[in-house]
Design a protein around this ligand. Structure first.
Ligand code: FES
Length: 87
């Protein structure tokens, strides 16, 4: 698992193994824009302020992937212990 910090509210959440960032945020009453929830539509694209995502989507280009500036929170995880998101 890893930890997600929402930069705007300062709230943080533990994302357990096998759960998505999106599902944890929704379970905790946070609003997140979403549609496909499978990493194909791009609706949930979220800016990453700190940390390195583990990209599992089919939306970002190779260049966007390596820049680590944004991620799809419906399917992607983290390679670092913590991600700070622009949410
Ligand atoms: Fe479609 Fe995340 S909701 S890519």
């Amino acid at each position: 698992g890893f930890r997600v910090v929402l930069a705007r509210s300062g709230k943080s959440f533990d994302i357990p193994e096998g759960k998505t960032i999106m599902s944890v945020l929704l379970d905790n009453g946070e609003f997140v824009a979403r549609s496909c929830q499978e990493g194909v539509c791009g609706t949930c694209e979220t800016r990453v302020l700190q940390g390195i995502p583990d990209h599992k989507d089919h939306v970002l280009s190779a260049r966007e992937r390596t820049s680590n500036k944004s991620m799809m929170i419906c399917c992607s995880g983290a390679k670092t212990d913590e991600l700070v998101l622009d949410l």
